[in-house]
Ligand binder design. Structure first.
Ligand SMILES: NC(=O)c1ccc[n+]([C@@H]2O[C@H](COP(=O)([O-])OP(=O)(O)OC[C@H]3O[C@@H](n4cnc5c(N)ncnc54)[C@H](OP(=O)(O)O)[C@@H]3O)[C@@H](O)[C@H]2O)c1
Length: 277
C-alpha cells in the first residue's frame, strides 16, 4: 500500500526518481530468462503441487530461491515433491494437505492462520489445482460432477484467495496467478463445467484486479499453459501422442516471470503460453 508520509515526499524531491516498472508484454513473459535467485526471499503457495504442472512449478520456484508451500490432495505426492526440493538444495518447503473439493471455508481460514504463524506473509499464490470432469453435452451433464468441478476449479479458488488476501497484502508485491484454459475465454461444446469454471476464474481475476489496483500493490493475472503433457491432457485427448506436446518444464519461464518482480506492472492479463500463430 502506498503512503503519503510528508517526510518521504520531501526527501523524494532531492533524490533520484524511482523508475516506473515496465509493463512486460506476453512475448516478454513467455520468453523470460529468469535471473538466478529471482524468487529469493519470496514465499509462494502452489495448489495441486503434487503432480503435473503444479509439481514442476513448485520445483522451479524453489530452484529460483522461493520457499514453496505445497498444497494438494495426495500427501504422498506432496512428500515426494518436498524431498525433491530438499535434494536439489532448495529452501525447506512446507506441506499443506487439503482436499479442495471437501474443504470448508473454516478449513481454509485455519490454513491461512497456520501460514501467518509460520511465515507471516505470502508473496505468491499459484492456483493450479483443477479437475477435468466430464466431456459431454450440457444437456446430459451429471449434476454431482458439475458441482465437484465448480467447487475445485472455481469456488475453492475464490475462498482460498479471500482467506489469503490479508497475507498477500503484507507482501511488498503480492502476485496471484490463476490457471485458465483456452476454453476459459472461448466457450467450447462438450467442455461443460470445466469450461464454465475457467470462465469464472478469468472473471474473478478481472474483478479482483479492478477492486484492488488503486489501493494495494497486489496483482492478479491468469495463465493459460495450453496443451501440456500431463495426466489431465491424456484424459481429455486419449488418442493423442504425448510426445507432440510441450512438457510443463517447457513452460516455466512464464510461470516464474509472473511470480518475480519483473512482472510487478502486469495486472489483469490472461497470458497464453502457447498462442496459436
Ligand atoms: N495439461 C493441459 O494441457 C492444460 C491445458 C490448459 C490448462 N490446464 C490447467 O493447468 C492446471 C494444471 O493441470 P495439469 O494438466 O497439471 O493437471 P493434472 O496433471 O491433472 O494435475 C492436477 C493437480 O491438481 C490436484 N488436485 C485435483 N483435485 C484436487 C483437490 N480436490 N484438492 C487439491 N488438489 C487437487 C491434483 O492432485 P492429486 O494428484 O493429488 O489428485 C494434481 O496435483 C489446471 O488448472 C488445468 O486446468 C492444463
Amino acid at each position: 500500500m502506498m503512503t503519503s508520509d510528508p517526510m518521504t515526499s520531501a526527501s523524494a524531491s532531492t533524490s533520484a526518481p524511482v523508475p516506473t516498472p515496465s509493463v512486460l508484454g506476453a512475448d516478454a513473459i513467455r520468453g523470460f530468462t529468469p535471473p538466478s535467485n529471482c524468487l529469493d526471499g519470496k514465499t509462494i503457495l502452489v495448489t495441486g503441487a503434487g503432480s503435473g504442472i503444479g509439481r514442476v512449478a513448485a520445483l522451479t520456484y524453489a530452484k529460483y530461491g522461493a520457499t514453496v508451500l505445497l498444497l494438494g490432495k495426495t500427501l504422498s505426492k506432496l512428500e515426494a515433491v518436498y524431498d525433491d526440493i530438499e535434494q536439489a538444495g532448495g529452501k525447506q518447503a512446507a506441506i499443506l494437505p487439503l482436499d479442495l473439493q471437501t474443504a470448508s471455508f473454516a478449513d481454509m481460514q485455519q490454513l491461512a492462520n497456520v501460514i501467518e504463524t509460520e511465515f507471516g506473509t505470502l508473496d505468491g499464490l499459484l492456483h493450479n489445482a483443477a479437475i477435468l470432469g466430464a466431456l459431454t453435452p450440457l444437456e446430459m451433464y451429471d449434476i454431482d460432477t458439475f458441482e465437484k468441478v465448480m467447487q475445485v476449479n472455481s469456488t475453492a479458488v475464490f475462498m482460498l484467495t479471500q482467506v489469503l488476501l490479508p497475507l498477500l497484502k503484507n507482501a511488498a508485491n503480492g502476485s496471484i496467478v490463476f490457471t485458465t484454459s483456452s476454453v476459459g475465454s472461448q466457450p467450447r461444446a462438450f467442455w461443460g463445467a470445466y469450461a464454465l469454471s475457467k470462465q469464472a476464474v478469468e472473471g474473478m481475476s478481472a474483478i479482483f484486479t479492478q477492486e484492488t489496483k488503486n489501493t494495494t500493490a497486489l496483482r492478479f493475472n491468469c495463465i493459460n499453459p495450453g496443451a501440456t503433457r500431463t495426466n489431465m491432457r491424456a484424459h481429455a485427448y486419449p488418442g493423442e501422442d504425448p510426445r507432440t506436446l510441450k512438457t510443463p518444464e517447457d513452460l516455466m519461464a512464464g510461470y516464474v516471470c509472473l511470480m518475480s518482480d519483473a512482472s510487478i506492472a502486469v495486472q489483469g492479463q490472461v497470458i497464453d503460453l502457447q498462442p496459436k500463430s
